[in-house]
Design a binder for this molecule. Sequence first.
Ligand code: FES
Length: 81
Amino acid sequence: MELPKRAGNAPVPVDLEAGKRYAYCSCGLSESQPFCNGKHRGQGMAPTVFVAEETKTAYMCTCKLTSNPNGFCDGSHKKPV
Ligand code: FES
């Protein structure tokens, strides 16, 4: 299986809390998008862990094409596949 797997075609809004740690799914296998649920194990991949800098609603990538280091949507899902 080629990873990362495209888990969606649009970002999902999530409520982040300042100072809280999050694990963004980078393999695309998690059913808990956009967050890790451990499905990367044995796939040679790991989640992207970050601490939210502020409390806000963020739009997180599910297409796995974003260049943002924390998994925030950068509009790359609009690119043709
Ligand atoms: S959902 Fe991946 S860049 Fe927008």
